[in-house]
Design a binder for this molecule. Sequence first.
Ligand code: UD1
Ligand code: UDP
Length: 362
Amino acid sequence: MKIVTIVGARPQFIKIAAVSRKLRARHQEILVHTGQHYDYEMSGAFFDGLELPPPNVNLGVGSGSHAAQTGAMLTGIEDVLLAESPDCLLIYGDTNSTLAGALASSKLSIPVVHVEAGLRSFNRSMPEEINRVVADHLSDLLLCPSDTAVSNLAMEGITENVHLVGDVMLDALNWAKERSVEAENACLKGFGLKRKEYLIATLHRSENTDDRTRFQGILETFNSLHEPVLFPVHPRARKIINEINFRPQPNLHLIDPVGYLEMVALVSAARLVLTDSGGLQKEAYWLGVPCVTLRNETEWVETVEAGWNVLVGSEPERIAQTVKSFTPPVARPFLYGDGTAAEKCVDLIGLKSEPMALVGRA
Ligand code: UD1
Ligand code: UDP
């Protein structure tokens, strides 16, 4: 089978690290990088660190408004699909690259496979929620990480070709965990940190960064914490930090984004995670690190139900209090599969290949 895979943003490079190796053992993969993320720290570092095959095509779309970025991706992806005539298109998650892939492919009647289907925050002011809903409704094979995701799809009337496979990010994490052990000492030493005596923070959701008062409030809270905070800064956040001329206290270390193996090492050794990232909420859980999520809702509700993740929004006092007092239970049940999601995805893609039926189409 010939499969075109669309990626463009940091978490998608981590997801293909789990799936592409297995996919390529059985099928021909044409890897298309939209160019949504382009800084070396946000893109190249993952291809190098995760030993990924280089993209066959880089559309070089770069940053822009949602419409400009998605529109440029649509044209570029359509050209690739017309040239390659693949058997199906594979998309991951909920970024603009995901949306563009789903739209371009479905309009050409090329079946769409969505990995990480069915997640919902039920907050349509998030661009990602729009991307997920549209991508799921255009997909012909929906590969879900959780029972909740399967139920979310059912609530929207999507029940055909929906499969629970687990989360491919767990597969990626298992691959990285062993390899990151060596990185841990070097990372901690490099940043002058001690195991379990610091917090690690990431922020990049537009709801947090683009509201200056909210973002400044969060940064000032980080400044006021009585423990070292290591904050690898996403370029979206860096832009605003520079614009508002924010001055970190000595305990708050603003650093460039780090590679995945370094990140896994730094999260494993942290006392607690502070984040608005989707991927990081799960990684914190799998690594047994308490997570304080700076959002009002999450797609990864199971981590909250298990008592290891707490949603605090952006209110400074609440963040500071929770950081001090949050203590998860001892029990940490398995969530999001057993680390074999990638294999299951590839099996299901193979089964659908003869030829993959287009849902709801003749
Ligand atoms: C995107 C995804 C989000 C995902 C995140 C992962 C959408 C709508 N959002 O958000 O779901 O969680 O990626 O990190 O697709 N920039 C750079 N260099 C880069 C990339 C971005 O400087 O390599 C800056 C640009 O100023 C850009 C801004 O970051 O305008 C935002 O980038 P963009 O890809 O539009 O959205 P993210 O916030 O990264
Ligand atoms: N990550 C990383 N380096 C960093 C910050 C994050 O490797 O400096 C990893 C993190 O461990 C997780 C993924 O990037 O696997 C999450 O990506 P991001 O937060 O950008 O996107 P989201 O998951 O929210 O879509």
